[in-house]
Write a protein that binds this ligand. Structure first.
Ligand SMILES: Nc1ncnc2c1ncn2[C@@H]1O[C@H](COP(=O)(O)OP(=O)(O)OP(=O)(O)O)[C@@H](O)[C@H]1O
Length: 284
């Protein structure tokens, strides 16, 4: 499946937030949208999903204008993980995740045992199966984030749009979500996500669309787009980008911010042994 944006402009009423953006994403690919707060990432997602009216250009799914796609077929094909979501009723986590099957059910039909099994499997896959009987409004923000991702997986979409899927998550869960993103792409899904961490683009070997103020866009591989110069231009922050040794002879790229007058003591050239105390000097 291929999603194409051709000269897309979008925004709210008379206000244009994103102007003349063209890009594409295909099955098996991770497309990571980077850009500062308020640049229009969520606005773009809402436009792709049909929540906002397109101001200009075209959005095509498998070559066909999305406005021509029947809503139900579109809802089956494209899953969405929003930034935050609070349902009006205290549903159980399993109920919320099973709602991901809605586009697959007939009108007035209830979820079947098979639908419930898919919902449970999605929760297990993300390592949060233990939450299934809990009340969704009573779990933590990070747990809700995992539940929303499980709901989108339950939909079994071909394209998965994730708005900051790692916000609210602790370090371990961030990495687990990125591992799932890579796994889903390997299984043939097209994942389009936003992140505020340029490193995430490297970790997902993603194609990157860097959105900057004034509707300036750069699209390319993570190595092409996540550069020291571009990070300064987009975020006003000095960074260094380098590579570290990964597993089995691989290398991983990392983007590290440079903080003026950083009080941090230098990291010892020879890494301390596990469990060995390190003198970090006075805590300032
Ligand atoms: N409902 C709305 N009506 C009018 N303007 C809006 C509305 N929602 C958002 N905006 C404005 O549109 C611009 C883009 O917002 P958007 O939420 O798309 O940015 P973003 O890149 O997703 O930001 P963030 O990284 O902070 O989530 C902002 O200037 C925002 O104030």
């Amino acid at each position: 499946m291929i999603l194409e944006l051709q000269h897309v402009s979008c925004g709210y009423g008379e206000k244009t937030v994103v102007r003349d953006l063209s890009l594409s994403a295909v099955s098996g690919e991770v497309l990571c949208l980077l850009g500062p707060n308020g640049v229009g990432k969520t606005t773009l997602f809402k436009t792709i999903l049909g929540f906002l009216k397109l101001q200009g250009g075209r959005i095509l799914l498998d070559g066909e204008d999305v406005s021509q796609w029947p809503r139900k077929a579109f809802a089956k094909a494209v899953g969405y993980v929003p930034q935050a979501h609070t349902p009006p009723f205290p549903f159980t986590v399993l109920d919320v995740v099973t709602m991901g099957r809605t586009a697959h059910l007939g009108t007035f039909a209830s979820p079947t045992k098979a639908d419930l099994a898919i919902a449970r499997e999605s929760l297990e896959r993300l390592g949060v199966g233990f939450l299934q009987e809990r009340i969704y409004t009573e779990i933590s923000g990070g747990e809700r984030q995992m539940v929303l991702i499980a709901r989108a997986l339950t939909q079994q979409p071909k394209i998965l749009i994730m708005d900051e899927p790692t916000s609210n998550l602790d370090f371990g869960n961030q990495i687990r979500v990125l591992e799932q993103v890579n796994r889903l792409a390997r299984e043939g899904l097209c994942v389009i996500m936003t992140s505020h961490f340029p490193d995430h683009a490297f970790l997902c070997s993603a194609k990157v669309a860097l959105m900057q103020r004034g509707s300036r866009f750069q699209i390319g591989t993570a190595a092409e787009v996540v550069t020291e110069q571009n990070m300064m231009s987009a975020y006003g922050v000095r960074v260094r980008i380098g590579t570290l040794n990964g597993d089995g002879g691989s290398s991983v790229a990392a983007c590290v911010p440079l903080i003026s007058d950083c009080p941090c003591p230098p990291y010892p050239e020879k890494a301390p042994m596990a469990g060995q105390a390190v003198d970090v000097g006075p805590i300032l």
